[in-house]
Design a protein around this ligand. Sequence first.
Ligand code: HEC
Length: 126
Amino acid sequence: MKHAWSRPAMLAAVLVMGTAVSAHAEIAGEKLYKQQCAACHAVKPDAPMGMGPTLHGILGKEAGKVAGFPYSEEFKAGLAGKSWTPELLDKWLEQPQKVAKGTYMMYQQPDPEVRKAIIEYLKTIN
Ligand code: HEC
């Protein structure tokens, strides 16, 4: 029989993938971004709008400023005058509803390592 993986071997492979998140934050971050954000957010500056605004150059940028994107009133109220720091992004990804109650962004990420890897990746998109 080919490819006769035992269960322990498969489990070990899963555990190795888990630790890769912190070991190679940038690469893992890009992968995680593709899995968890890319369906709604492009990273190119002039990409067509998806469900959400492009995240090109998001770190340091004032919230809600992608031209032409129809942000919710709740988003605008919750984030008025704020700029995206790694700390604010971390809070946002953990639970957007706590930052801007009623926002359209349907996502939440309880794992701080996953949030960190994605934020590291976002720093490179500018
Ligand atoms: C199901 C679609 C969806 C997913 C998945 C999603 N987002 Fe969003 N995101 C949105 C929408 C919609 C908004 C605008 C929210 C509003 O107007 O209330 C938004 C807004 C944002 C903003 C604010 C942008 C600005 O211009 O100020 C950031 C930052 C953001 N998302 C990051 C992320 C990241 C990082 C991920 C992946 C970990 C992610 N989002 C996953 C839909 C999504």
